[in-house]
Design a protein around this ligand. Structure first.
Ligand code: GTP
Ligand code: MG
Ligand code: ZN
Length: 349
């Protein structure tokens, strides 16, 4: 009888199978495992960076061992790797454990479908990339991204692209009361660039991303990959064109990829999404992102929805009780934006 070549299934004890090793309650602890940072996922193959910034920094390709079952391994995850972790051409390592995640960004396919998908792990900032035109901005989508970020405990940066095509002022005015930072970029002619144009200004964007792990999300065609290419010199992310008739992008990027920023920090470029399902989000979690309102809402009746039609909502009283007109206007704007994003939690995007 031919000897069976060991594969990743040997790392899991299979009770009842004759000839298998003794059963152990504990999984093997893989004491020799090294840590890898997941920078890309493509059809069951994972690209990882090992010993990032260390003397042996290398790119390793791996697959999932059966130990971790169906748990999804996503971009930004830190994992334990065993097997051939040399990173040599054709080598393949195995992911045996996902290290604890500090944050996960999830979305639901849509609100009626509670199936959750973790998009990325360990990111601390969500960059909502929105084109000012082509495709037209949709505030509901922005609101929902804001909710998803706050729910995940992430900061939000609103990046308004294509400022060469439309005025960013109205969107700015809508999001500043929420406490969301806003940056703008535009395309300008550049005779020195191979494409004939450049994206600018990048200083504010760079400053907002420096040293952090940021995820770019937004509809297809808003310019996520274009911006990533402008920020990361050797990124070479493919970019697409927006259809003249439908105003939609072509879903050029098909998987998430993490790229290191020259000044430190990471950006994760993701494929365009049509909507951002929020069935998994709880109101309490969202409220926590609004310190001032959270405190006031402690006085709300039990089970208060905090929406416009909520009886005796303490947030309304808070606006009423403003000491002067200026405060009243600011509080009213803040409450209105909070209610807008809260309401965006339900219904279609
Ligand atoms: N006018 C103008 N066009 C831009 C700007 N930024 C990007 N574009 C164009 O928008 C189109 C789509 O850009 P992509 O970077 O592929 O968009 P994406 O968000 O990555 O799209 P998906 O990968 O499909 O999600 C390309 O033709 C870009 O050249 C900008 O600031 N102004
Ligand atoms: Mg893209
Ligand atoms: Zn309330």
């Amino acid at each position: 009888m031919a000897r069976r070549v060991p594969d990743e299934s040997d790392f899991r004890s299979r009770p009842g199978k004759r000839g298998s090793r003794p059963r152990t309650k504990q999984r093997p602890d893989h004491a020799d495992a090294v840590t890898g940072f997941v920078t890309g996922v493509d059809r069951g193959r994972y690209t990882l960076l090992v010993d990032a910034d260390g003397p042996d920094e290398r790119v390793v390709v791996a697959m999932k061992a059966r130990d971790i079952g169906r748990t999804r391994v996503v971009c930004g995850d830190r994992v334990d790797l065993v097997g051939d972790v040399s990173g040599d051409d054709g080598s393949l390592a195995r992911i045996v454990r996902i290290q604890e995640r500090s944050a996960v960004l999830r979305r639901t396919a849509d609100d009626t479908d509670p199936y959750e998908r973790v998009i990325v792990a360990n990111a601390d900032q969500l960059v909502v990339v929105t084109a000012l035109a082509e495709p037209e901005p949709r505030t509901r989508m922005i609101d929902r991204c804001v909710v998803a970020a706050y729910d995940a405990g992430m900061d939000v940066l609103l990046c308004l692209t294509k400022a060469d095509l439309a005025d960013p002022a109205p969107l700015r005015a809508l999001y500043e009361p929420l406490g969301v930072s806003v940056v703008e970029t535009r395309r300008v002619p550049d005779g020195l660039a191979a494409s004939g144009w450049a994206i600018e200004p990048l200083d504010a964007v760079r400053a907002a991303l420096a040293g952090r792990a940021s995820v770019f999300v937004g509809h297809s065609g808003v310019g996520k990959s274009t911006l990533v290419n402008a920020l990361v010199p050797d990124a070479r992310r493919a970019t697409g064109v927006v259809n003249d008739h439908t105003g939609r992008g072509r879903h050029t990027s098909t998987s998430a990829v993490a790229l290191r920023l020259p000044g430190g920090g990471w950006v994760i470029d993701t494929p365009g999404v049509r909507s951002f399902g929020l069935a998994h989000v709880e109101v309490g979690n969202l409220l926590r992102a609004f310190d001032d309102l959270d405190e006031v809402a402690e006085a709300c009746p039990r089970g208060c929805t905090h929406l416009d039609d909520a009886p005796d909502c303490a947030l309304d009283e808070w606006v009423e009780a403003s000491p002067d007109d200026e405060t009243r206007a600011a509080r009213a704007a803040r409450l209105e934006s909070f209610r807008r994003v809260l309401a965006s939690r339900t219904g279609a995007a």
